[in-house]
Design a protein around this ligand. Sequence first.
Ligand code: NAI
Length: 336
Amino acid sequence: MKIAFFELFKSERNILQKFFTGQEISCSEEKLTEENVGLYKEVEIISVFINSGINKKIIDSLPNLKFITTRSTGFDHIDYKYAENKGIKVSNVPAYGSYPVAEFTFALLLTLSRKIYDAYNHLREGADFSIFSLQGFDLHGKTIGIIGTGKIGKNVVKIAKSFNMKVIAYDIYPDLIFAKENNFEYKSLSEVISQSDVLSLHVPYNKENYHLINKENISKMKKGVYLINTARGELIDTQALIWGLKEEIIAGAGLDVLEGERELKEEFEILSSLSKAEKVKDYKTLLEDHILIDMPNVIVTPHIAFYSKEAEEEIIKITEENIKGFIAGKLQNLIK
Ligand code: NAI
């Protein structure tokens, strides 16, 4: 089989080359795009990460394509329904991020609650040991609203409990047994939004929950709420978030993901390749992302919540199993 891997780190490349000796494989650090897809016309299997937007055009440009496997849990970057209609199977890595993303949620939250970034800069740039501007707040006793209690959300519940936070949650499929075991309550989305001191998002992004957090529900949040998003940028209306921060309804935000982050990443690449400028479609969102990045009470990281040593090992292991399973006719982790 002809297999092409995209967006590979060097460490992943070495391991994958060993796993697939005997197969015709190509490995690239680049993402798969409409511009470079012509180089891969022969491939039967592609393995991508979140920055390769696998749209109809790319799928149609690969006449021999039979299987797409993404080395991520989220699969909103793949037009999987179109692929399915063409008989192309699509799979993901369902579970690698449940510990690192949950831990990272608290890394963002604690950075905000204890002003760690400010304190570090204060000391390093100002050589200043005065602390009066660096007062934080305790998580102990605060209410955290967890939206989405799947694999990651459940670990966030457990960590929040260990901080003695009061947990409330919303999920379209509540796990009442887990709630009983972990002593928290499910509530409606509007109750969770209006009662939480901290809100954390852990739902997958799809067309139904586009801008799940918007101006209407931000206006009902508790004044001084902190918002953490390690799920997907499109779950939050960026313009409304900026409004909520400026109105001081939202006291701070910790964002590992941004709306339009694929384009933002491209925009940073544009700095070294101006010919790519015409590719940027949504300047409004890009501008809003820059406004967010520059706000002092917002911390933005470049989609790294998943990126731990252990998660990378798991991603490679499951990807190997997905591909070998497909070749052997034993499909696993299929997206339907
Ligand atoms: P999961 O599938 O185990 O859990 C998702 C939960 O959300 C489920 O309980 C589901 O019932 C619930 N849900 C779905 N739509 C909902 C809606 N509209 N409203 C309320 N609840 C809803 O997924 P997991 O592993 O917990 O991951 C969650 C998301 O985190 C992924 O889809 C992905 O987008 C993101 N993620 C981000 C990473 C990062 O590095 N920042 C890494 C891994 C995942």
